[in-house]
Design a protein around this ligand. Structure first.
Ligand code: MRU
Length: 352
């Protein structure tokens, strides 16, 4: 029987003009590979989190834009460029917070616009190349984050994470999980604690699933138990992903991350954000300017219950992300190394 490791998070079947993706809304109960070709279906898959996690959303958007370009007629280069831009604008409305979506779409449209004068056929080949590069760089980036992240950790440590910044949120290895996987291969014996991550349960359904499937020691806890766990002294570091890091280091990540960071700082536990430099948005000065996605209230009141568990008509506050102030973050681990405070300086030094 096929295991989780046999499925790609997201992949391109160019011959069939389809994007393959594991439907993450069904995990861990069902392993179902989707084959999507219509732009509306790919948009929907990003919007309802069949594919999710900032880097994986970026790769999906790049492949989707390539498929949109591939379907265009070839006679008129100006009409082709306009059609590619229109498809990019549409895909950009699927989710607002993870900057990798916009970063990937921007990289793709620049590849087309930067090569005006080439035939449409050549432009299609260039867009294919660019999308494949975005995918392949993702794997290299995760491995580098893993190596840099591992320098911060010691064998036997207890690591607490939130949401899923694993291979299911990237293409392979993950960001937060990369040092965990590398450490596991090298006999570090980490104990990983996974916040369940209300309301969509990415920690319990996805992180605990992928880690335990790979043979790591994973323990699930409800989000409101992390302070109690830290009080026991079992957490040596908090490792979280990111959807957008502002120029000053303020970091948007899954809702609940800021609460975890506040508790960790209280107990003197270091908080590390792990993510690629493509998630750093130097055009966003501080966390205040990061757009935060608001999601349907039913995710809180109904989704995991046989019948609605909150009173009808009650208001629901359901932001998908929160911003952890830079002051609570001990280090930002990128593929280019570990950034330390003051982040305004260490981020500017990257020259992004
Ligand atoms: O709403 P999600 O599941 O897309 O949120 C994902 C996260 O918050 C991750 O931590 C982040 O995107 C990094 S994934 C490597």
């Amino acid at each position: 029987m096929k295991q989780l490791a046999d499925y790609p998070t997201v992949a391109l079947d160019d011959a069939a003009s389809e994007i393959l993706m594991l439907d993450q809304t069904l995990l861990p109960g069902e392993l179902k590979l989707l084959r999507l070709s219509k732009q509306e279906d790919i948009w929907e898959a990003i919007n309802v989190l069949r594919v999710r996690g900032a880097p994986a959303i970026g790769v999906t958007a790049a492949y989707a834009l390539y498929l949109a370009a591939k379907a265009c007629p070839e006679e008129d280069p100006a009409a082709f460029e306009a059609a590619v831009q229109k498809a990019a604008d549409y895909l950009a409305t699927s989710r607002p917070t993870a900057v990798n979506l916009f970063w990937a779409l921007d990289r793709m449209t620049r590849a087309a616009k930067g090569n005006r004068g080439r035939s449409v056929q050549e432009l299609k080949a260039l867009l294919h190349e660019e999308a494949v590069a975005i995918n392949d760089e993702n794997t290299q980036m995760c491995l580098a984050i893993g190596e840099h992240g591992l320098t911060l950790l010691k064998p036997g440590m207890g690591l607490l994470t939130h949401c899923n910044a694993g291979r299911l949120g990237t293409v392979e290895y993950g960001t937060v999980t990369a040092p965990m996987y590398l450490g596991h291969e090298r006999g570090y014996g980490f104990r990983v604690f996974c916040d369940e991550t209300r309301p969509l349960l990415q920690g319990a359904r996805l992180t605990a699933f992928e880690l335990s499937a790979a043979g790591l020691d994973a323990t699930v806890l409800c989000d409101n138990m992390s302070s109690a766990l830290m009080q026991t002294g079992q957490v040596d570091a908090v490792l979280v992903g990111c959807d957008r890091v502002a120029a000053n280091g303020d970091t948007a990540n899954k809702i609940g991350t800021s609460l975890l960071a506040i508790a960790a700082n209280h107990y003197g536990v270091p908080v590390y954000v792990l993510g690629p430099t493509s998630t750093i948005d130097v055009k966003t000065p501080t966390g205040k300017e990061i757009p935060i996605e608001q999601r349907p209230g039913e995710e809180v009141t109904e989704l995991w219950y046989e019948k609605r568990m909150a009173p009808e008509g009650v208001g629901v506050f359901n932001p998908a992300f929160d911003v952890t102030p830079a002051g609570l973050i001990s280090g930002i681990v990128t593929e280019r190394g570990v950034l330390r405070p003051p982040y305004t300086e260490s981020i500017a030094a990257l020259g992004l």
